[in-house]
Design a protein around this ligand. Structure first.
Ligand code: ARG
Length: 582
C-alpha cells in the first residue's frame, strides 16, 4: 500500500472516533512537512468547533508511531506528518525487490480496445494523427503492462466516396508512378491533384462517380486498384510508425472497409429496434439528449440519401462488432476533440440498441490541437498542414546537433542513437506532458531543453545514473545497474533530507500508475517522472555516492538504481527510449 493510503487509513480511524462518523482526513503531500492532513477544517465547520482543537484530539487518538516520526498541529488546524525514516526505508526496499516497482497489475484484467491513429488512405498524416498515435501508444503500453488484453485498432480511412476520384487519378498517372508517389510518402500532392481535377474537370467527375459505384458493387478490377492505394499508403504509414516508435503493426489496420458488409445488417437491426427515422430519403437515428443550436434534435445519419453509408454508420457497425464479436469491455477512442459529439452520439445509439451495457463502457479520449508559435494551428511556412515525417526528421536532426555540442567525444553511432531517442522522445513528451484536452504550442527550443519538464531532462537523469554505475563498476565493491533488488542486496535506508525527498517521490510511482490507468491523463505520469528526476538531481548534488563510505555508498547506489528503473519504466510507458549515455 502506498504511503498516502497508509496515513489516511490510520488518521481516518482517529477522525471517526472524534466525529462519531466517517471523515476523510484529506492527506496530501506538502511543502511544510512530508504530508499534511487538512480534514479537520471541514469537520470543524460542520461541528462548529475550533479546528485546532479537533486536530489535537485526533492526534491524541491516532496510532502513528510506526508510521511517523513526528505529527503536529499546524496553521489553522492542519496535521503535519513526518514519515519515519524506517518506514521509508522498508517501503523502498520492498519497491526495489518488486519487478513492477509497486505498480500492481490489474486485479480484474479486461479486454480493452484502443482506437487510435486512424490516418486516411492516400492522404497525408497530419499532427492530429500524430497526437492520436502518441497518446494511443502510451495507452496501449500502460494497459498492457497492467495485464489487460489490449486490442490495437487502427481505424484506417480506407473507404467511401473519395476513392472514386483517387482511383481515377491513379489510372491517369499510371499504376507504377502512382504507386511510387505514394510509397515515398507524397500523399498530399497525390490527394490534392485528384481534388483539383475533380473540381475543374466535368469528365473526370463523371468517371469518379462511376468508379464509386463500381467500387461499392464489388467490381474486381476496381477493387484491385483500391487495394493498391491501400497497400501503398499502409506501407508508408508503417514507416512513419517505425520512425515514431509506436507499437502499431500491419495486423492492427482494421479500416473502415472492414465494416462494409455489416452496414446493411446494422441498419436493419436499428430499424427493427424502432430507432431509425426516415428524414427525407436519409435514414437517421436521433439519440436522446443531443440537440443542435436551435434546440432541434441532432441526427446521426445511418444511410445517406443516395443509399450509401458514411462515417457514422461505420462507427456504429464498428462499436457493435467490437462489443459483440470481440468481447471488449473498455472501448477507448483516441480522437481529436472536434469529433467528441460524433462519438458521444455513437455511444448513445449503442446504449439504446442494447449493445453497450455495463460493465462495458466507451470513453472518448479526446485531445486538443497542436499550435504553431503564432498560436494558430501548426502549419508549414507555405501555410499547408505540416508533414509529419518532416517534423520527425527535424526533431532528430536538432537533437543530433545538441548531442554533438554537449558531448563532442560521442562516437557517430551513439550520436545517431541518442539523436533518435532524444528527438522523437522530445516530440512525444511535449505532447504527453501537456493536459491532452488542451491545445499546446509546438516549440522546438522548449521541448529540446535539457532543463525543465522535458524528455531530455528525464533522459539525462537516467543516463547520469548509468554513468555512475559505469564508474562504480571500475571500483572494488561497485555493482551494475540491476534489474532487481538493491545492489549489495541489503535493505535501503534513508536519513539525509535529499534522500528522503527522493524516497517520497519514488514511492508515489505505483499510485500514479493506478490513477493514469483510469483517467489516461499521461501528463500526470510525466509530471511524476519529472518530480523524480528533480529529486534525484537534488540528491545527487547533496549526497556523494561513489565517494561515500562503503555502506552509505551501497545504499545510495541502491537509490540510484531504483530511480533509474522508475525513469526507464515510466519513459517506456510513454513510448520514450532511455539511452544509457548522452
Ligand atoms: N480517420 C479519422 C480522421 O482522420 C479518424 C478515425 C477515428 N476513429 C474512428 N473510429 N472513427 O479523422
Amino acid at each position: 500500500m502506498n504511503l498516502k493510503n497508509l496515513l489516511t487509513e490510520q488518521l481516518a480511524e482517529a477522525f471517526a472516533a472524534v466525529a462519531g462518523e466517517p471523515v476523510d482526513p484529506v492527506v496530501r503531500r506538502s511543502r511544510h512537512a512530508d504530508f499534511q492532513a487538512e480534514g479537520a477544517l471541514a469537520l470543524a465547520r460542520r461541528l462548529g468547533r475550533p479546528p485546532r482543537e479537533i486536530t489535537a484530539e485526533v492526534l491524541d487518538r491516532a496510532v502513528l508511531t510506526d508510521l511517523c516520526s513526528a505529527a503536529q498541529v499546524s496553521g489553522p488546524g492542519f496535521v503535519n506528518l513526518t514519515v519515519a525514516d524506517d518506514l521509508l526505508g522498508s517501503l523502498l526496499s520492498g519497491m526495489a525487490a518488486d519487478s513492477r516497482l509497486g505498480a500492481a497489475p490489474a486485479d480484474a484484467p479486461e479486454t480493452v480496445l484502443v482506437d487510435y491513429s486512424g490516418p486516411n488512405v492516400a492522404k497525408e498524416m497530419h499532427v492530429g494523427h500524430l497526437r492520436s498515435s502518441i497518446i494511443g501508444d502510451a495507452t496501449v503500453r500502460l494497459l498492457d503492462w497492467l495485464g489487460h488484453r489490449v486490442i490495437k485498432a487502427n481505424h484506417l480511412g480506407d473507404w467511401g466516396t473519395p476513392f472514386g476520384l483517387l482511383i481515377e487519378h491513379l489510372l491517369d498517372l499510371g499504376e507504377s508512378s502512382a504507386a511510387h508517389e505514394l510509397s515515398i510518402g507524397d500523399l498530399d500532392s497525390f490527394y490534392k491533384a485528384a481534388r483539383v481535377k475533380f473540381t475543374a474537370d466535368e469528365a473526370f467527375r463523371q468517371r469518379a462517380r462511376q468508379r464509386v459505384v463500381a467500387l461499392q458493387s464489388g467490381d474486381e478490377e476496381t477493387l484491385r486498384l483500391w487495394r493498391l492505394l491501400v497497400a501503398e499508403s499502409e506501407s508508408y504509414f508503417l514507416a512513419v510508425y517505425d520512425r515514431l516508435g509506436v507499437l502499431l503493426t500491419k495486423q492492427d489496420f482494421v479500416g473502415e472497409s472492414h465494416y462494409n458488409k455489416m452496414l446493411g445488417p446494422v441498419t436493419d437491426e436499428l430499424d427493427r429496434l424502432g430507432l431509425v427515422t426516415d428524414s427525407g430519403d436519409a435514414a437517421c437515428v436521433f439519440p436522446a439528449g443531443f440537440v443542435g443550436r436551435d434546440g432541434e434534435p441532432l441526427p446521426l445519419i445511418v444511410r445517406k440519401r443516395d443509399g450509401g453509408y458514411g462515417y457514422p454508420a461505420t462507427d456504429l457497425a464498428a462499436i457493435r462488432y467490437r462489443l459483440q464479436d470481440l468481447g471488449v469491455t473498455r472501448l477507448l477512442y483516441v480522437v481529436g476533440l472536434p469529433q467528441r459529439q460524433h462519438f458521444e452520439m455513437v455511444y448513445a445509439v449503442a446504449r439504446q440498441a442494447g449493445w453497450l451495457r455495463p460493465p462495458a463502457r466507451a470513453e472518448f479520449v479526446g485531445f486538443g490541437s497542436v499550435l504553431g508559435p503564432n498560436g494558430k494551428m501548426l502549419a508549414s511556412r507555405a501555410g499547408d498542414s505540416v508533414k509529419l515525417v518532416n517534423l520527425l526528421d527535424e526533431a532528430v536532426a536538432r537533437a543530433g546537433d545538441l548531442a554533438r555540442q554537449k558531448n563532442p567525444d560521442l562516437d557517430p553511432a551513439t550520436v545517431a542513437e541518442v539523436a533518435r531517442a532524444v528527438g522523437i522522445g522530445a516530440v512525444k513528451y511535449a505532447d504527453l506532458s501537456n493536459d491532452r484536452t488542451r491545445d499546446y504550442v509546438f516549440d522546438w527550443d522548449r521541448m529540446l531543453a535539457l532543463n525543465g519538464n522535458t524528455a531530455p531532462y528525464l533522459q539525462y537523469a537516467h543516463a547520469r545514473i548509468q554513468s555512475i554505475f559505469r564508474r562504480a563498476a571500475g571500483t572494488p565493491t561497485g555493482g551494475g545497474s540491476s534489474g532487481g533488488a538493491a545492489p549489495g542486496g541489503g535493505p535501503i535506508s534513508v536519513t539525509e533530507p535529499a534522500e528522503r525527498a527522493l524516497a517520497l517521490e519514488l514511492l508515489d510511482f505505483g499510485a500514479v500508475i493506478g490513477t493514469v490507468e483510469q483517467n489516461l491523463e499521461f501528463h500526470r505520469l510525466a509530471g511524476h517522472l519529472h518530480a523524480v528526476a528533480v529529486a534525484f538531481n537534488g540528491f545527487f548534488e547533496h549526497c556523494p555516492v561513489l565517494r561515500a563510505d562503503p555502506q552509505v555508498r551501497d545504499n545510495r547506489l541502491a537509490l540510484c538504481d531504483l530511480t533509474a528503473r522508475v525513469l526507464r519504466q515510466g519513459l517506456y510507458l510513454l513510448g520514450i527510449a532511455a539511452p544509457n549515455r548522452m
